[in-house]
Unconditional design. Sequence first.
Length: 252
Amino acid sequence: MSDSELAGQFLDAAIGLLQRVRDEEATTVTAAGTLIADTVEAGGRLFAFGAGHSSLAAQDIVYRAGGLALMNLLAVPGVVGVDVMPATLGSALERVDGLATAVLDTSPLRAGDVLVIISLSGRNALPVEMALHARALGVKVIGVTSVAYATETTPRNASGTFLKDHCDVVLDSKIAPGDAVLTLDSVPAPFAPASTVVTSALLQSVMATAAGILADRGIEPPLLRSGNVDGGHDWNAGILKQYGDRIFYERR
């Protein structure tokens, strides 16, 4: 099989997953977008969290050209991204009981806010405990996960549950356990993961929905513009000043 055929197979698999998300998650995307729009209108704040590679989708909706300025990254040291050394430490921290509670109790989250939690498997202690404790604090939780993991794997946390069990809205990425979408007889392991592509697209569809709902209500959605277009910096400076009390990524 040629390299181009493999590339085409991966893109076809990603497109197929995106089509499934479009067709099967329309209701939950609307629900998530409505929850975010309600929160923005009510003066609440928005936060997103993901561990490891799930953090990529969280970062993609924070301080993003064309995105909602009010979305903040909830960072857990050693867990967001693979810049920690060794990289395996992040995977270990996801399984530490009590870490999520400590993070939330020292974070700016409060009742009435929304927290988007992204976890492909939804089985580890960190995302599950984070969802549980956030809701106990009065925070609404949008979970982005693969529901298939709940039927094909076992929980890996003290509660014996999955992220999907503790959310106000669950967005199912449709990713199969293991993530990788390609196999070859000559390669001993599956390869070509698609979760980042699908999860990022799913969340951007939610952000677009929220912006549209706010506009329908006569509320100008607080959107950022690209700093690489004329007038972009001035526009963003105005947005950051107007909503400064709900934006935490600019504070020192």
